[in-house]
Ligand binder design. Structure first.
Ligand SMILES: Cc1ncc(COP(=O)(O)O)c(C=O)c1O
Length: 520
């Protein structure tokens, strides 16, 4: 046996954490009493690393479990679990408890050539490693959106509902109710278009609240509106087809069109939404137009009836599809809710998409499409090819949540809360930001647009805001063609009155800095 020499040190660090080690001829196996990483895992990683870096070679014995446990002052079962793991992954052979050694079936040079340090990130060659489509997708995402960890919920992050107001007790009870019942229809593969009761509840809600003309079997439940847009595009657009898109517009859908290989033709938006003369003047035989008629994203304007009818006529005349993204149409703080465009369509040209991300919470990942009856079967087939089906338990819980009246109650409360938060932002901006930012009045949505003076670049303003702990997205990240005037997009729904007022004061500091930089 090669590995019998040993050495133990149990020195306590200032944090109370002890480091212990077992010395082998060419490797030291050490562990700490830091319980954030389980002891068996530390031991496993130490041996694995010693094997992969060639410090322990093929045929070298591992110390007997009892001896190692005694020397490190840990239980023998911890050592056995670590050895078992190494055994099952093929690093060692033999039998745990009666002698194990480093596996001899892997050639030595293969092991020695495996450094296990984290590889250095690719630098300028990263882009070349991607497909052209991959490169375009990366470019379609606004800077800073490719987050990997926790999001920073700073004022004025957009599209964020107030999580503290969500009735989590009710929600948890409903989830628990279905999680306790391991029936095949809840835990097995289920209907690709979604839970039947949820489809019926969504259809009923859309008919009464959004004037959508639909039956339950036209509703297809998907993991969020983003997937709804993806499915509609995959089913209706071919590579090279032209799609008309509001400019500025939702960058997520831009990515969807890029993935489909479509040609995106930007259509400017004015005070009444997408400009119809540009849509009608398009000579590229557009097969699709993407619109957010209830509340244009991100400018917040509403498409009036005359333009809606014109758009429907155009689509029917040229045989184009209309994608109606109604992602926050529920939030209207004055007057009556605006009815959907789909409800005016008598030719089955509109695919309607919606989501629970804004009315409940984004991580729920439940959205839906309403598809013309003749397309339902094809869309369900296409949907199966993308992700089979939505998760069933949250759907069953959501069906109850809607049927029992919690959904409408929550929506009513949020409309009131967000309406008042919008007023606070308007009032604070009026008193603090005069001359620096001109907030565009709005009676709907989850964010406001603040127009900057014409000589201020919105990227510079957003950078200055970020340095002052304010998250203000520049409007230019949503636009395909350069904008004539920059603006900031300010979400208010997730922040209480104090946070909104403090955010406005910090924004004032940031924008004043930008003004001063102009002078110097
Ligand atoms: C206009 C618009 N459409 C669609 C989506 C996607 O929503 P979901 O979270 O349901 O995928 C968003 C997300 O913010 C959005 O702003």
């Amino acid at each position: 046996m090669l590995c019998h020499a040993n050495f133990t040190s149990g020195k306590e660090s200032e944090s109370g954490m002890a480091k212990r080690a077992y010395r082998l001829p060419f490797a030291v196996i050490s562990i700490t009493t830091d319980r954030r990483v389980p002891l068996y895992r530390q031991l496993y990683s130490e041996f694995r690393s010693a094997i992969l870096t060639g410090r322990l070679k093929a045929g070298n014995n591992l110390p007997p479990t009892r001896e190692l446990a005694n020397e490190l002052g840990i239980s023998r079962s911890t050592v056995m679990i670590a050895y078992d793991q190494l055994l099952s992954e093929g690093y060692i052979e033999g039998r745990v408890g009666s002698g194990t050694c480093v596996t001899s079936t892997l050639p030595e040079e293969m092991l020695e050539s495996r450094p296990i340090a984290v590889p250095a990130p690719r630098t300028n060659s990263t882009r070349n490693a991607l497909s052209k489509r991959g490169q375009s997708l990366v470019s379609a995402l606004p800077p800073g959106r490719a987050h990997r960890g926790q999001l920073n919920l700073l004022p004025f992050r957009i599209a964020s509902p107030d999580l503290a107001s969500f009735p989590f007790e009710i929600w948890t009870r409903l989830l628990a109710k279905y999680s306790r019942n391991p029936s095949p229809d809840l835990f097995g593969y289920a209907h690709a278009a979604g839970h039947p009761r949820l489809r019926a509840a969504i259809a009923a809600y859309l008919r009464s609240a959004r004037a959508v003309k639909c039956e339950a079997d036209q509703v297809i439940v998907v993991p969020g509106a983003q997937v709804a847009l993806e499915l509609a595009t995959q089913m209706l657009l071919d590579p090279g087809d032209t799609v008309l898109m509001e400019d500025p517009g939702y960058f997520g859908v831009r990515g969807v069109f890029i993935r489909a290989g479509a040609r995106i033709a930007p259509v400017p938006v004015d005070r009444e939404g997408i400009r119809l003369e540009v849509v009608k003047g398009n000579r590229d035989h557009a097969r699709m137009v993407y619109v957010t008629p209830s509340h244009q994203f991100p400018l917040g304007v509403t498409l009036p009836l005359a333009r809606r009818l014109e758009l429907l006529d155009w689509a029917q005349a040229v045989g184009a599809w209309i994608i109606e993204d109604d992602c926050d149409g529920e939030y209207r703080y004055a007057g009556r809710p605006i009815a959907s465009l789909q409800g005016l369509d008598s030719e089955n040209r509109v695919i309607y998409t919606g989501t629970f991300s804004k009315v409940l919470f984004p991580s729920l990942r439940i959205g839906y499409l309403v598809v013309p009856p003749d397309l339902v079967d094809a869309f369900i087939a296409g949907r199966i090819m993308i992700d089979l089906q939505p998760a069933t338990i949250p759907q069953a819980a959501l069906a109850d949540f809607i049927e029992d009246g919690h959904f409408t109650r929550h929506l009513r409360r949020m409309r009131k809360l967000y309406g008042s938060r919008q007023s606070i932002l308007l009032e604070a901006a009026k008193s603090e930001l005069s001359g620096l930012l001109e907030i565009q009045d709005s009676q709907a949505g989850m964010h406001l647009i603040g127009w900057l003076p014409t000589d201020v670049n919105d990227m510079d303003a957003a950078r200055a805001a970020s340095k002052n702990n304010v998250l203000a997205l520049p409007l230019s990240v949503f636009s395909l063609k350069p904008m004539t005037r920059g603006a900031l997009v300010l979400g208010y729904t997730a922040f209480n009155d104090r946070e909104i007022r403090a955010g406005v004061r910090r924004l004032k500091t940031a924008l004043t800095e930008v003004e001063q930089a102009k002078v110097h």
